[in-house]
Design a protein around this ligand. Structure first.
Ligand code: BGC
Length: 756
């Protein structure tokens, strides 16, 4: 039985909701200390819950035939895709892997879930789910507990809809602010991203559902995603993207890892012996199974390179892990031991997550409690970027409020692609046209900022203009005491943004509105960083990302001061795309050859994406090149003010940093002090080595302690195959953001070598 206690302090209401009689915990209680033998245990000794997941796997494998092992290592789409036949037991989702009823092994019902239980093709017309705020919003909370609660919530919804595998846990680093999937990921820093992904994965798996961390690895742009060859050196890769995965895997212990479409240093992600066999399973000793991304397998030999399961075989040219792999076995180019290892890893993940012990039960979802989880994350993730004196929170003296643009009357926008969640209630689907595999339509989650603003603006008159015509918007702005104008940027899987401008002339609209009324507050709902040519003319700016199920309420709560903003940027906002190492997206000047489906992928010449910045992603490169961003990583304002004092830095085996944070204002609020490493014994660096989100009452002081993960002090030494910490002085700063240092210190650390 899995321990389902950990919903976090903020999740008390959710915890109560989860304890309904149909919960997995209630479904299968075993008195503590008693041998947990189910009735069939004598015949199926692997159902003895007192044994370890590895022990149970070994017992089950003994009974399993080779045919049954082959069943486990390949899957089908869970919905009718380009005429593919769908197994009748599939409940309708991204993927389905048959079970083995003879041995009591259930089928794997897999659904996308980066931001909630997805239903992108509306395959299950009556299933709705709670949309979480985007990954960047969760990352902006700098709060592992919030990420955990979000994971627990979606894990619970999956379980109640009959799913036992979530394709959730995206932790690719944001190397390009235009990446179409940044909104699914957790920003540009490996410590922040890995910590939050790990917390979300743990939350999911506590609900007896397998979580999948993806897309392994360096799948950092969508342009030509099936043909992009990520070129990066080994040490840089270990210190950046791989470190994010490593931390996420250590903290969350996901049952599954999804290998990516792209090539890494010339080898496809799902056939990458180095990444899969040597790093993931070798160095990291991870015991779970590698599943392929949909359409990422081009040969049966991928099994030898470390791929354990071919997902949704109809997406590939052939069901390589069926007849072709059997033929390899007959030819001895593939071994029975490896087949057993593949099946064993899948079974291990199932036992470890509790999939066999507590199978899903279709049951009612408490959407109200779950929407509250989404709202709390959105409130912690909204970032106040600018606030002229007195602009926010909105004062009661604002009697005439103009709300303009951004679909604010209808809801909040969400990102597109396989992660698309269909929310409960009336939602708006704005068809954007265009073809391709992914539906190009923007779903508005039914939480209208306009309605929420009206509710909180007691005694004020609130008028709305949709922003289509600049003239009418300007007139409304001139009438108002204060203007709230929305700027939206829809992003989707499968395409990168062409530039960093708000689309559809919204910059012109905002500029015109701000010219008509200097008390203009801009609320952004974007998939990532955008440029703000109108910044100097506005009074305040909020970055609300894609704020999810209760996004409208969360935005209004921050505008009116019911919630004190505490979000911090998990990604640098550049001043211009010329600050990016690749101002032109590699491959964007060539036609898209289409999905590899039915094509012979390796015959298409890959496009090199050279990650010349190496491990210096985002703020690290800005620091190194002394470039000034529009807004730095870690930045965010509050209605309170905070002060840092009494820094102590202790050395030894690693660094331990200790300081006091005081709320120096009359308003309660949360702060996110950050500790950056700025110098090792032989060079200047900039690396986030710790952060902490703390709530402080007016005048209150709390002590913060950060212990650095020694890998963040080290350099990856390829020749000796491990992390090397050089002996000597290490310098750190305590800061409000990557560029806002308040305290400086240093201490001596002993030299050490850490296995990878
Ligand atoms: C995406 C994955 C997703 C899979 C199944 C792929 O196109 O890259 O993130 O899990 O589809 O829907």
């Amino acid at each position: 039985m899995k321990d389902r206690r950990t919903l976090g302090a903020a999740g008390a209401a959710l915890a109560a909701a989860l304890m309904l009689s149909t919960s997995p915990a209630a479904a299968d209680k075993t008195p503590a200390g008693k041998t947990a033998l189910l009735p069939q245990a004598a015949a199926k000794p692997w159902m003895n819950k007192t044994l370890s997941a590895a022990g149970r796997t070994a017992l089950l494998l003994k009974e399993m035939t080779q045919d049954e092992m082959f069943t486990l290592v390949s899957g089908d789409p869970g919905f009718a895709f380009l005429g593919a036949s769908v197994p009748k037991e599939a409940i309708g989702s991204a993927g389905y892997v048959s079970g083995i009823p003879r041995l009591g092994v259930p089928a794997l019902q897999e659904t996308d879930a980066s931001l909630g239980i997805a239903n992108p093709m509306k395959v299950r017309p009556n299933d709705f789910a709670t949309p979480l705020p985007s990954g960047l919003a969760t990352a902006a909370s700098f709060n592992p507990e919030a990420a955990h609660d979000g994971g627990a919530m979606i894990g619970q919804e999956a379980w109640r809809q009959g799913f036992n595998v979530l394709l959730a846990g995206g932790v690719n680093l944001a190397r390009d602010p235009r990446n179409g999937r940044n909104f699914e990921y957790l920003g540009e820093d490996p410590l922040l991203g890995g910590t939050l992904a790990g917390a979300a994965i743990a939350g999911i798996q506590e609900q007896n559902v397998i979580s999948t961390v993806k897309h392994f690895a360096i799948n950092d742009q969508e342009t030509k995603r099936f043909w992009a060859n990520s070129v990066i050196d080994e040490a840089a890769m270990r210190e950046s993207d791989l470190l994010a995965f490593q931390i996420a895997i250590e903290k969350g212990r996901p049952g599954s890892v999804m290998c990516s479409y792209n090539l890494i240093n010339g080898v496809y992600g799902c056939s990458n012996n180095h990444l899969l066999n040597e790093v993931l399973k070798g160095d990291w000793k991870w015991p779970g199974f590698v599943m392929s991304d949909w359409g990422a397998v081009h040969d049966s030999s991928y099994a030898n390179a470390g791929l354990d399961q071919q997902s949704a075989a109809a997406f590939d040219k052939k069901p390589y892990f069926r007849e072709p792999l059997r033929a390899d076995l007959a030819k001895r180019s593939f071994t029975a031991e490896r087949l057993k290892d593949m099946a064993g890893r899948i079974l291990y993940a199932m036992f470890d997550a509790g999939v066999l012990d507590n199978p899903p039960v279709r049951s009612q979802i408490d959407f109200k409690a779950h929407a509250d989880v989404a709202r709390r994350i959105a409130e912690q993730g909204i970032v106040l970027l600018k606030n002229d004196v007195g602009a926010l929170p909105l004062a009661a003296s604002a009697k005439k409020i103009a709300v303009i643009g951004g679909y604010a009357a209808d809801g909040v926008i969400s990102g597109g692609g396989s992660s698309q969640v269909l929310p409960e209630g009336r939602y708006l689907d704005v068809a954007l046209g265009g073809g391709g595999f992914m539906p190009r339509s923007m779903i508005l989650h039914p939480s209208s900022p306009l309605d929420a603003i009206k509710k909180l603006a007691a005694g004020a008159e609130v008028r709305f203009d949709d922003g289509r015509h600049t003239g009418s918007a300007q007139k409304l702005a001139a009438w108002a005491d204060v203007v709230i104008v929305f700027g939206v940027q829809w992003m989707t899987e499968g395409a990168d943004a062409p530039d960093l401008s708000l689309p559809d002339r919204q910059d012109v609209l905002i500029d015109a509105v701000a010219a008509a009324n200097h008390k203009t507050i801009v609320v952004l709902e974007t998939g990532g960083p955008v440029l703000m040519p109108w910044l100097g003319k506005t009074a305040a700016v909020l970055e609300a990302w894609y704020p999810g199920a209760r996004g409208g309420e969360a935005i209004a709560n921050v505008l009116f001061g019911k919630v004190n903003p505490s979000g911090r940027l998990p990604i640098t906002f550049p001043k211009s795309i010329d600050q990016n190492p690749r101002p032109v997206i590699p491959g964007s000047d060539q036609p898209e050859p289409g999905m590899p489906l039915g094509a012979d992928a390796p015959t298409v010449k890959p496009i090199d994406v050279v990650y010349s910045e190496g491990a210096d992603v985002g703020y690290r490169l800005f620091g190194k090149k002394k470039m000034v961003p529009l807004f730095p990583f870690g930045y965010g304002l509050s209605y309170s003010t905070f002060d840092y004092k009494n820094l102590k830095v202790c050395g030894g085996k690693t660094l331990m940093i200790n300081f006091d944070v005081t709320n120096t204002s009359a308003v309660a609020g949360a702060d996110v002090p950050q500790v950056y490493l700025t110098g090792t014994p032989d060079k200047a660096v900039q690396r986030l080595i710790g952060f902490n989100r703390i709530e402080l009452k007016p005048g209150e002081t709390k002590e913060v302690t950060v212990t650095a993960d020694p890998r963040l002090l080290a350099d990856y030494d390829v020749a000796s195959h491990g992390w090397r910490v050089k002996a000597g002085q290490f310098k750190i700063v305590v800061a409000h953001a990557a560029t806002a240092t308040t305290l400086e210190g240093a201490a001596a650390v002993e030299g050490s070598f850490i296995r990878p």
